[in-house]
Design a binder for this molecule. Structure first.
Ligand code: PHE
Ligand code: ZN
Length: 876
């Protein structure tokens, strides 16, 4: 096993309140890429009159130059320094501690703490980066008022930013200048930020509902100034939405966003000074796809919404992470639903949940939304904490209703503004505001695993009743062998043969939320003169797997008449899934299009009045990942072939329809929702055409080539590019070269160039990915670039999962290398290996060997060690 200090666990049950408060912190930072000096003055205050023998401050990789207590230099007997920080002996009741440390921003490749990248100084403090800047109680329940003074050369760093308001600035000797920032709101250290560099700003203003003017500033490289308008517009929409929907107003006079190419995650909600991965800021029609535009809208909103859910009300400890993330994801999903199409948004949210969270919940990394223990908190920024956490909040919204939910959030903000609280406090506010009892609901936060709900319905033609029995069970997860039932809200309608929703009770309600609290329950609906088909879990009302044993005719019928967009989509997905799984069972046999699926697709293709974005959703096939999830043993190659075969069958069968769509939907680029939907549908038509049989496909790749050349926007250009690069029968070397030459100065576009190649199932795929890693534009230090190759590679199923183990061995080698540079990203990228138990024996062996090899790496990071340890406890 790995060195034991590498995986010592921190337990939720061990929480201890702070012995000392830090009321104020004043930082003075002299920025230099090689050697930066940080002086910190902390005002410490013991909470209890009892004397304390010692006080520990967190610190990592700091070189202590000077230490003073109440102005006096501290003798060496008064403190001790080790790898985890600084311990002060016999600390007084109240005192001022001053430390001066040296750090090395340019050498900070982990991108946690203060780092220097792309010529800019940036910070990332969530979760535990602040301790890499200065000695501190680096935990979220330590709220202090921050004052920050930055010094840097005027020439390379004309812009100096930190949280809050700029209160003074001036010049230092030797070409340096300085700026002082004060944040009036006490905050935890994870929300601290500072930025220095040569940045240009796009500026705007927002007037809040109470009439205050807020300055909005987006900082980017000068040449990107023209690519900020989607971000700025999204910010203003989000600010208004939070006022209207939650009654929440922004609280500072200034809201700043900084974009960088070097960032581990999507973005960070630092108080008044968000730092963003450039991917979620920069967009122009020529460089960004419609999906990119939507990503910006949602991430800008997400970080903005954190100002109330995360910043004003913050976390007591990191086990409560979902308190801010689950709630904020729910808020950003609802915002996007209001800005775009609600049905399409919901389908996308569920797709993401099923693609990332369901597999996580079914594997060795499964953990509750509120975890009980961790070794490295960075490993818990997971789909479970974010996406499943958002589903739990959504269920509360469903159970309490829109008004009840709002009463709950009002009370939550009123009670806890300015405090560091727990998930329990949130649930209690929901309960108290609604006189509701959510005691059983709490199990959702504590229990890992995806519940399976089985439905059984019986229509009694004599009694005119419909009886619905629902039962639930949750499979065991690591450390939780036995599961309890959870309250599952199942939104239901019963649809009669005319396609109408039947009245479910004497009040005439045609839709109801049934709450399945126990293992099994039966509901009987009276006065049903006609047989009905159950439309269950409408809108995906709970994060569960549903087994609703309908025959194909009924599914096809629902696909045509159900007025719930999610279930309409789901009916077609089920039909398509069944057909792909049939192909997997009988590889090589020529499939025909099953009639039920044919009818459902045909109805969708003919319905020209339908929202095109929704139409495109209905016409898309389940992903290979999703198909694999439904199998006991994931048959990688057979799934790939069966899905491609179905694409081709649908392409052929509706060839004329696809061709018409392709031609009819051609349009000059516009950015409104309808145009976006039309582009999506048109590009889907193109992909079916390209996948239609060989003879016709040759023709169709000409269409794709033409579209690639003539497109007036990146959505269309990239769709064609991807088809050409990834189609197994097409040679696209010329197009690869052309694309690179055109976009080589646009890192975000070149990321796409790398990713699409890394996902291409070409015959020489592994060699090609090796070539990508030595391409001059590849950079191990830039996470976006690394993800574009290694992350995308894991989605290239037939290559990553090659039966000879070559994909795994290659991948593990790269993770090993990355771990020395950026452990957080390495650990995250390594997680696909944790799913080894889902594959056949040969692959299992190769995957566990890869894990074993990683476990034996010298200087294994705590991040990666924990992932390996949980993924494969047998790794020695
Ligand atoms: N808190 C960030 C968010 O909005 C995510 C993040 C976590 C960013 C850790 C950086 C580091 O979800
Ligand atoms: Zn967040």
């Amino acid at each position: 096993m790995m060195a034991s200090e590498n995986n010592s666990l921190i337990h939720r049950s061990d929480y201890q309140p702070l012995a000392y408060l830090i009321t104020d912190i004043a930082l003075d930072v002299r920025l230099d890429p090689e050697n930066t000096e940080v002086t910190a003055r902390l005002h410490l205050q013991r909470q209890s009159p009892e004397p304390a023998s010692a006080l520990h401050l967190d610190g990592e990789g700091l070189e202590l130059l000077e230490i003073r207590r109440d102005g006096q230099s501290l003798p060496e007997t008064g403190y001790a320094v080790d790898g985890s920080g600084l311990t002060l002996f016999q600390p007084e009741q109240d005192f001022v501690l001053e430390t001066r440390v040296r750090i090395h921003p340019a050498a900070n490749l982990a991108l946690s703490g203060l780092y220097h990248a792309g010529g800019h100084f940036l910070t990332q403090c969530e979760a535990e980066g602040f301790r890499r800047i200065t000695y501190y109680q680096d935990r979220p329940d330590c709220l202090a008022r921050f004052t920050v003074t930055l010094h840097a050369p005027q020439k390379t760093c004309p812009v100096l930013l930190a949280n809050g308001n700029c209160v003074a600035q001036g010049n230092d000797p030797q070409g340096f200048h300085w700026a002082r920032w004060e944040d009036p709101y006490p905050k935890p250290s994870y929300l601290f930020a500072m930025v220095a560099g040569d940045l240009a700003a796009m500026r705007d203003t927002f007037t809040t509902q109470s009439g205050r003017q807020v300055a909005l500033e987006i900082y980017v490289a000068e040449r990107d100034l023209n690519a900020c308008s989607q971000a700025m517009d999204s910010l203003k929409r989000a600010m208004r939405w939070d006022e209207v929907v939650y009654g929440r107003e922004y609280d500072l006079d200034r809201y700043m966003i900084v974009a960088t190419d070097s960032f581990n995650m999507g973005a960070m909600e630092n108080k008044g000074l968000n730092i963003f991965n450039a991917k979620y800021v920069l967009a122009s029609p020529e460089t960004a796809t419609d999906t990119d535009y939507q990503g910006i809208e949602s991430v800008i909103a997400h970080e903005y919404f954190h100002n109330w859910t995360g910043n004003r009300v913050t976390l007591r400890d990191w086990f409560q992470l979902s308190l801010k993330e689950g709630l904020t994801v729910f808020r950003d999903q609802e915002f996007s639903a209001d800005m775009n199409s609600r049905g399409v948004q919901r389908i996308g949210d569920v797709r993401r949940l099923r693609a990332a969270q369901f597999p996580e919940d079914a594997g060795p990394l499964a953990h509750p939304v509120r975890p009980d223990a961790y070794s490295e908190i960075n490993n818990f920024y997971t789909a479970t904490v974010y996406e499943k956490g958002a589903e739990l909040v959504r269920m509360l919204h469903t159970l309490l209703g829109k008004e009840g939910f709002r009463r709950g959030t009002d009370l939550y903000f009123e009670r806890h503004d300015g405090h560091a609280v727990t998930i329990e406090d949130f649930v209690e506010a929901m309960e108290d505001a609604n006189h509701a009892d959510l005691s059983r609901f709490r199990t959702w936060y504590a229990q890992a695993g995806t519940p399976l709900v089985k439905a059984h319905g019986v229509y009694d033609p004599k009694a005119h009743t419909y009886t619905l029995t629902l039962s639930q069970s949750t499979p065991p997860t690591p450390g939780q062998p036995l599961k309890e039932p959870v309250p599952i809200p199942v939104r239901v309608a019963l649809i009669n043969t005319q396609g109408e929703k039947a009245a479910l009770d004497i009040s005439g309600a045609r839709e109801k939320v049934l709450v399945l609290e126990e293992a099994t329950r039966t509901w009987t609906f009276q006065n049903m003169p006609d047989p009905v088909i159950p439309s269950l879990l409408r809108g995906f009302s709970a994060p569960v797997r549903l087994e609703n044993p309908l025959d194909d005719q009924s599914r096809s019928f629902l696909a045509c008449v159900d007025d719930d967009p999610f279930n309409r989509w789901e009916s077609i997905q089920e039909l398509a899934l069944k057909s792909i799984l049939a192909g997997v069972q009988n590889p090589g046999t020529v499939q025909t299009l099953p009639s039920a699926l044919e009818r459902a697709l045909s109805a969708t293709l003919q319905d020209g009045a339908m929202d095109p974005a929704f139409r495109a959703e209905l016409l898309s096939l389940p992903s290979e990942d999703y198909v694999g999830e439904q199998m006991a043993v994931i048959a990688v190659d057979a799934i790939h072939q069966a899905r491609d075969a179905l694409l081709s069958i649908i392409g052929n069968h509706f060839h004329g329809e696809w061709l018409n769509l392709y031609h009819d939907l051609a349009a000059v680029y516009e950015r409104d929702g309808l145009s976006i939907g039309r582009r999506r549908l048109r590009n889907m038509a193109l992909s079916y055409l390209v996948y239609s049989d060989r003879h016709r496909a040759d023709d169709m790749t000409l269409h794709a080539r033409q579209q690639y050349v003539q497109a007036d926007n990146m959505t269309d250009r990239l769709a064609a590019f991807q088809l050409l690069v990834q189609h197994p029968l097409h040679d696209a070397e010329d197009i690869l070269m052309d694309f690179y030459q055109k976009w080589q100065d646009h890192p975000l576009v070149i990321d796409k160039w790398f990713a699409i190649q890394a996902m291409a199932p070409r015959a020489d795929a592994l060699r090609h990915v090796q070539y990508l890693l030595v391409h001059p534009a590849f950079d191990w230090k830039v996470p976006n670039r690394v993800r574009a190759v290694l992350g995308a590679f894991t989605m290239n199923h037939t290559v990553f999962h090659a039966a000879d183990g070559s994909g795994y061995a290659f991948f593990a080698e790269q993770i090993r290398r990355l771990d020395d540079i950026n452990p957080q990203t390495a650990a995250r990228l390594a997680t696909p290996l944790s799913r080894w138990q889902r594959y056949d024996e040969v692959r299992q062996k190769a995957m566990t060997q890869a894990l074993q090899k990683l476990a034996a790496k010298p200087h294994l990071s705590r991040d990666l060690a924990e992932v390996i340890q949980r993924a494969y406890p047998g790794a020695a």
